[in-house]
Design a protein. Sequence first.
Length: 327
Amino acid sequence: MKKFILSVIFAIGLNAIACAQPEIVPQKVAENLYVVSGMGGNISFLITSEGVIVVDAGNLPRDGAKVVSLVSEITNQPIKFLVYTHCHGDHVGGAAGLPENITIIGHTKIVDNLKNFNEVSIKNNIEKAYPERIAKLKGDIDNFSGTDSTELVKLNDQYNRTLLQFEEYKKIKIRYPKVTFDDLYTLNLGEQKVDLLFKGAGHTNDNIVVVYRNYNIIHAADLVFNGMVPFLFVAHGGTPSGWQRVVQGLYSENFVTVIPGHGAVGGNELLKTQSDYFARLTADVKKLKDEGKSIDEIKASLNAAMYGLKGNEHQFPINVEAVFGEL
Ligand SMILES: [Zn+2]
């Protein structure tokens, strides 16, 4: 299981890295609030008269550095705070690219998670996964016997890109939060009030949401995957029933805008859609289980498209398994 998780995390990292660095333009969602997409999980930042609050840092140090440069193009205010919504690498890996003197805030449980999951998977990727992948590509190139030279060009290109990705990946340094909290932490900065809330485990056991009170906008992070199959690792404290409960509760707060962890920014209905997905999946899995179907049969009879989801399809059977495990 552990090996599987590590390889999944590695795959997430690689995908995100491969797709990184297109033209990144912050999306303005309120007067002083911006969302940055395309560098791992969605990042948001709020500019106040006393400094800037950044929520999540992207995948890699260069992503964090990109956030710094994007912020500086809009304001002279310094970045004062970095909030981690949860422990996953595509939300915290960029922290090394942010200034040294910021205060990092996260849920109490993120500290152990960073130590037990992130540090371990980074070590594994650096010592094993990346070198193996690079050696494999090198072997494929050295032993290439095909007649199609474009294939060889592709392999070489892939090899060179992987070497570059590896160099950047090695710069990841886990930065631990200086401030942690259990249920609520309020940031009053300048004229802005920002609540950091933990409403229970769902995506992970350390998943918090950030509510920009002046605008009634929520950065729900990975408690909302817009339009795609959500990632759910039971080993990270993920729980489908908890997830459904948390987003259902948040939906009743009628937010003007919801910033998801992945996918496009939307309205309050994103919370309901996420809640409905887990409710429906749970009902469907339960029905099949009650009919005497095995977990493998259930996995074979349901798929992401039936729920209108596109993207992360490989995660769908894992969602089914997690739901099945809770019944
Ligand atoms: Zn996540």
